[in-house]
Ligand binder design. Structure first.
Ligand code: ZN
Ligand code: ZN
Ligand code: FE
Length: 782
């Protein structure tokens, strides 16, 4: 047979493509981008929001379709996050134009939801432009900025399912909303002074005060008054940050004697007046999430010392709503901005709740009539050696998920007792909640339960298993145990390690150096200075700080002096007490001595956080601590630069016999024996130096150096035994900049690959992610 003659090519004039896009693609101006691109490439068809994302149908020439597909990613609007774009060839239907279709809710499907985003430059210039119709309008927003998560009751993200349903758009706003080429096309919270929410200024009794609310608020603040301000995710308490009396008043009323406050300044230029900033800090502060960033405080800054007592670090942030921008400009001074609550309670959200709970705290209330659906605190970051880390993850970040190394069944992880967040997983997503707070009162527990219900609804999730901490008495544990199982109890420090590995997508065995305050151990003791060889599946406890007495149990957090007494008695009973301890009344010293000797209400702990506390107290740097970590921070702040020849205090790494282990460990390198770090030599040398009159700042610095050396020495010893050369640093002690600055270069020089947190806090705010990840493996392995 000869070749057949070529037939006329029957290529269709029109090809068609159906695209399914997952990610944050609703309420961020994604459909207008699609609409514009379709116009550019002369494509017909439609785009619509669905319960799981955005669906696109385009028809046209094949090259145009290819160009459209390519450009879609490149030109996606700033807040869109395209997680997955699935494309399939479909037969053309002969559409005559391109349209934006109505949303189609679908049973059980879910989509990612954008966090609330700081005011964009375009909106800011509108509210500052006297000729613009949104001049001075405090609720200006667009598809590139504004509230999202805090106003959503359910998905799909459409106005009727948000707290904006109470407001009907005026014709001009409606026209913007309907115009696919407008920045406010389908901006669900779109509003203006004619049709949108309004601010009012009220006194404590709810009586409306006359005059312009913003100007009046500014006047009160300049007079040194405290004003409660309804922000994005709840009420904030504000006062003039340059006025020491105002800040002292706020401390007294809020019952928060020492814990640093954050300060909001007008703009990027003002930041430089108060802090010496690195490029990374500047970038974080100016990012769309606009978190609080802990920065190096300038000596010349006019902020009152009372804002952050005895600290060289100041938490700064930029305005993130139009209301904040306008107020800061009106006041002309930096403002303390702190959560509207008494210490330990959740942030006040509703107007009547704010009046009830904050009535005694604030002189006036700058409030408004747009309801807040989800409480949402400010996020906090810092930039230590190794790169930026979150310390509190909330506004601007949650509920955006952390992507896991592999897909999971839906799991609820109930989180920790303090700095609680919970975590829900679905597919490869871990939805770590915004900061909930310390789970120790009814209000916070209600907030916790409501937030879990909200996440389950938004992400169409019903957990098939529940993970919780091993501590039997945590409220989060009890809450989890009351839910239907299966239950997975996860050891606290294993969860810290797993959280660090999960966010880095690491599934291989790693040495977790987990240093924190306290966590319930496998042996019922209180752990906290742990070297765990493991991964999400299980761990071997390779080394830990040698056990020391914790008089009064967890309450010792607030009594560092008693703790120091107990350590002195255990580590160097024959030596004279350091001055700060010798000054304690004999009766109290005797009580602690008896407690330690008899083990009455005195559990044993391997906590690194408590070692820092005890040293701080022994040096006379902290008597009582009003918040966890205060003594350790005092020690870090006291530290003066190390001399070049400085060496570590002596310590001993002692073989300890049997290795405690948990979970699936057969795949982990074996360990012949476990080790304990004996800090008695350290304590003796340190006290001797103190007695000899060495400045406390030098001693504090040397202690940090010693802890860094303990980490390196122990890691090296364990690498010899196991070959594992990857180290993950987690636990609350790594909120310490000095420690990170000392340990990272040493670990790197010793040839270790080091992981520090990037997406979730190293403190207990990241714990739930690790719990979920461990539970995933436990369920998979069972
Ligand atoms: Zn905007
Ligand atoms: Zn309007
Ligand atoms: Fe912890």
């Amino acid at each position: 047979m000869g070749r057949m003659a070529d037939l006329p090519h029957a290529a269709p004039l029109n090809a068609a493509l159906r695209l399914q896009v997952r990610g944050v693609v609703q309420g961020v101006g994604f459909r207008p981008t699609v609409y514009r691109l379709a116009g550019r490439y002369q494509l017909h068809g439609w785009v619509r929001n669905t319960s799981w994302g955005v669906e696109i149908w385009v028809e046209g020439r094949a090259e145009a379709l290819a160009a459209f597909q390519r450009t879609l990613r490149e030109e996606a609007p700033p807040l869109a996050r395209l997680e997955e774009v699935r494309a399939e060839d479909v037969p053309a239907q002969g559409h005559g134009d391109f349209t934006i279709r109505a949303s189609t809710p679908q049973e059980g499907a879910y989509q990612l939801i954008s966090p609330d985003i700081a005011t964009c430059p375009a909106c800011l210039s509108e509210i500052l432009d006297a000729t613009n119709r949104r001049y001075r309008y405090p609720f200006t927003n667009c598809t590139h900025c504004g509230p999202r998560f805090t106003i959503i009751a359910d998905v799909p993200y459409d106005r009727p399912l948000t707290t904006m349903r109470a407001f009907t758009m005026c014709p001009r706003c409606q026209a913007e909303y309907d115009d696919p080429l407008d920045r406010r096309f389908h901006a669900q919270p779109n509003a203006c002074a004619v049709c949108g929410p309004q601010v009012t200024l009220e006194d404590g009794a709810g009586q409306r005060l006359a005059g312009d609310p913003l100007a009046q608020t500014a006047a009160l603040l300049r007079q040194g008054q405290i004003v409660a301000i309804k922000g994005l995710g709840g009420y904030q308490l504000a006062c003039d940050a340059t006025n020491p009396a105002a800040v002292r008043l706020l401390r007294a009323r809020k019952q928060r004697p020492h814990k640093p406050f954050a300060v909001m300044v007008t703009d990027a230029a003002a930041l430089e007046q108060h802090a010496t900033l690195s490029a990374a800090e500047r970038a974080l502060l100016a990012s769309p999430a606009a978190p609080i960033v802990l920065c190096r405080w300038r000596e010349s800054s006019p902020l009152a010392a009372e804002v952050a007592p005895a600290s060289r670090v100041i938490g700064l942030m930029l305005p993130y709503t139009p209301l904040h921008h306008l107020l800061l400009r009106e006041v002309g001074r930096p403002l303390v901005m702190t959560s509207g609550n008494l210490s330990e309670e959740p942030i006040a959200r509703d107007n009547d709740e704010a009046r009830r709970r904050l009535g005694g705290l604030a002189a006036a209330f700058l409030t408004h009539n747009r309801d807040i659906y989800a409480r949402y605190d400010d996020s906090v970051w810092f930039v230590p050696a190794g790169g930026p880390q979150p310390l509190r993850r909330a506004r601007g970040y949650a509920p955006y998920p952390i992507t896991l190394p592999e897909a999971t069944t839906p799991i609820l992880a109930s989180g920790a007792a303090w700095k609680n967040t919970f975590c829900l997983t679905r597919d490869r997503y871990a939805f770590l909640s915004q900061h909930i707070g310390d789970l120790e009162n009814a209000e916070t527990l209600t907030h916790y339960e409501e937030s879990i219900a909200l996440y389950e609804r938004l992400f169409r999730l019903s957990p098939q298993a529940v993970a919780h901490d091993m501590h039997p008495d945590y409220l989060a544990t009890r809450y989890a145990r009351a839910l239907p199982g299966p239950h997975v109890a996860v050891q606290h420090h294993h969860a810290h390690l797993a959280a660090c590995l999960a966010e880095h997508g690491v599934t291989e065995a790693t040495l977790g150096v987990i240093l924190d305050g306290t966590g319930y151990g496998l042996d019922g003791r209180i752990w906290g200075g742990e070297f765990l060889l493991g991964d999400g599946r299980g761990f071997r406890r390779a080394a830990h700080l040698a056990y020391l007495p914790l008089p009064g149990g967890e309450a010792a957090i607030h009594r560092p002096l008693r703790l120091a007494l107990a350590y002195a008695q255990s580590l160097a009973s024959e030596l004279p007490l350091p001055l700060a301890l010798a000054a304690i009344p004999a009766t109290e010293r005797e009580i602690v001595a008896q407690m330690v000797a008899r083990g009455v209400n005195t559990p044993l702990t391997s906590s690194m956080g408590r070692l820092f506390d005890a040293v701080a107290a022994a040096l006379g740097l902290c008597d009582v601590a009003s918040y966890e970590g205060q003594a350790a921070i005092a020690l870090e702040m006291a530290a003066t630069p190390l001399a070049e020849h400085e060496s570590a205090y002596p310590f001993a790494l002692v073989a300890q016999g049997e290795v405690q282990q948990w979970g699936q460990v057969a795949h982990l390198p074996p360990l012949g024996q476990a080790f304990a770090l004996n800090v008695a030599p350290l304590w003796r040398a340190l006290c001797a130096e103190h007695a000899a009159g060495r400045p406390r700042g030098e001693i504090a610095a040397r202690l940090h150096l010693t802890v860094a050396e303990m980490i390196v020495t122990t890691s090296q010893r364990l690498r010899e035994a196991t070959g594992v050369a990857r180290v993950a640093l987690s636990g609350g002690c790594f909120q310490n900049r000095l420690l990170l600055a000392l340990v990272l270069p040493r670990l790197n020089a010793a040839g270790f690959t080091v992981l520090t947190h990037r997406q979730v806090p190293c403190n207990d705010g990241g714990l739930a992610l690790g719990q979920a990840w461990v539970a995933h493996y436990t369920l998979k392995g069972a």
